[in-house]
Design a protein around this ligand. Sequence first.
Ligand SMILES: Nc1ncnc2c1ncn2[C@@H]1O[C@H](COP(=O)(O)OP(=O)(O)O)[C@@H](O)[C@H]1O
Ligand SMILES: NC(=O)OP(=O)(O)O
Length: 316
Amino acid sequence: MARIVVALGGNALQANPKDISAEAQLLTAHHTAKAIVDLIEDGHEVVIAHGNGPQVGQIVATYEAAATVNENNPVMPFPECGAMSQGYIGYHLQQAVREEMVRRGLNKSIAAVVTQVVVDKNDPGFKNPTKPVGSFFTEEQAKKLMAEKGYVMKEDAGRGWRRVVASPMPIDVVEKEVVKTLVEAGHVVITVGGGGVPVVQKEDGSLEGVAAVIDKDLASEKIAEILDADELIILTAVEKVAINFNKPDQKELDTMNSKEARKYIEEGHFAPGSMLPKVKAALMFAESKEGRKAVITSLEKAREALKGLTGTVITK
Ligand SMILES: Nc1ncnc2c1ncn2[C@@H]1O[C@H](COP(=O)(O)OP(=O)(O)O)[C@@H](O)[C@H]1O
Ligand SMILES: NC(=O)OP(=O)(O)O
């Protein structure tokens, strides 16, 4: 039995990026729940983290649209939208995982914890927005939005243009003791959803939400360290990490030690904003303590990967 933090990629919540309805997300969550409950059934202690890029963008845009209809509808600040995305996604995962556990006769409880993650107000990420949120636009639409709304928008890996926001590094998890207590009591916990709601600590010790979206792979790494997890498993749309990705000489990797990972990062094998943060998070976790390892694989292969049969294993 191992303690595992599972970071869920975008495809675990929205199978078809063109259908971002709640109904489609819940259906996908039920599919995802099967892979998660496989791990619980195998006896592992499972902590679930997930992204929120499309959802938080959708929530922000909805409030912006509402404000144009009636001036009494205030535009909702970004951290509040992040917290709403945790509730929305957490609710779907909670329902789907619970149902799957009941179906398999597993007597366990699950809860999503609204989680705040501390960031540095001077993080360089605030000066250089990189995190894509919300839907995709054409270049023409993006230019119009940039001019009209002052958004920063960038082309996202050949898929279209998206709004980008600051993505500071996670420093600490505010609700860590609550999460630890729940995990140690045997409950399944959903935490650091969307990387956590980013907050800065003020001089008087109070917390203040900031307009940013933390990378969920890096936040998952942080909570995995805090919980002294044995393994960090990062689930995405590919079974293995590759070098020369999408090129004729693409090579899928079974393993990567920290020296190799650093070399591949320097050589530019991992796309920023997609595979790069995953490899960085995996590397950080593997190096954080002797014996810890990280695995990057697909949702469908999670169970096999934990048995060492597939995925890319990152070790010190
Ligand atoms: N070197 C690489 N090896 C494998 N996949 C890569 C690589 N570089 C970029 N990718 C792409 O990155 C994707 C994962 O990033 P993304 O979809 O942004 O993450 P998430 O699953 O967290 O939403 C993979 O599905 C793959 O298409
Ligand atoms: N917060 C975050 O990393 O979200 P995505 O995985 O959806 O980009």
